[in-house]
Design a protein around this ligand. Sequence first.
Ligand code: RTP
Ligand code: MG
Length: 140
Amino acid sequence: MSAATPARTLVLVKPDGVARGLVGEVISRLEAKGLRLVAVELRTLSRETAEEHYAEHREKPFFGSLVEFITGGPLVALVAEGPRAVEAFRALAGATDPVKAAPGTIRGDFALEVQNNIVHGSDSDESAAREIALFFPHLG
Ligand code: RTP
Ligand code: MG
């Protein structure tokens, strides 16, 4: 990635976050941090897209449940851009397990269960590129 290209990350407000009315809260927090929205879409994932998105977890015991959860209702997919966008959003999201996530983070403030943890954020620039191409092919 050249210095002229700002970093991008793929964020999902997962179905639990949408059902609980937390879309605005998540977008407010990432905009307040200084990240810029590049794309936003409300959609319900197909099983195929969900399995591709979470392919790294295919062998995990929670994979079936995770796919059911993430396809279980509409989610909001968005691309955010800014310096160290991947790391910046992961810091806003907090630890995967919301009970361990620090208060002040999205998961720390709004969730209690490891699966139903409100948001996804890409975990590396490589993952971000793959995930952005999956969700928003015109940006890939
Ligand atoms: P994400 O990919 O959604 O941003 O979350 P993450 O990097 O913090 O966590 P990851 O290890 O990639 O796990 C992906 C998602 O799977 C669900 N999960 N369930 N039942 C379990 O033990 C378990 N562990 C993970 C969570 O929804 C987690 O965010
Ligand atoms: Mg992950």
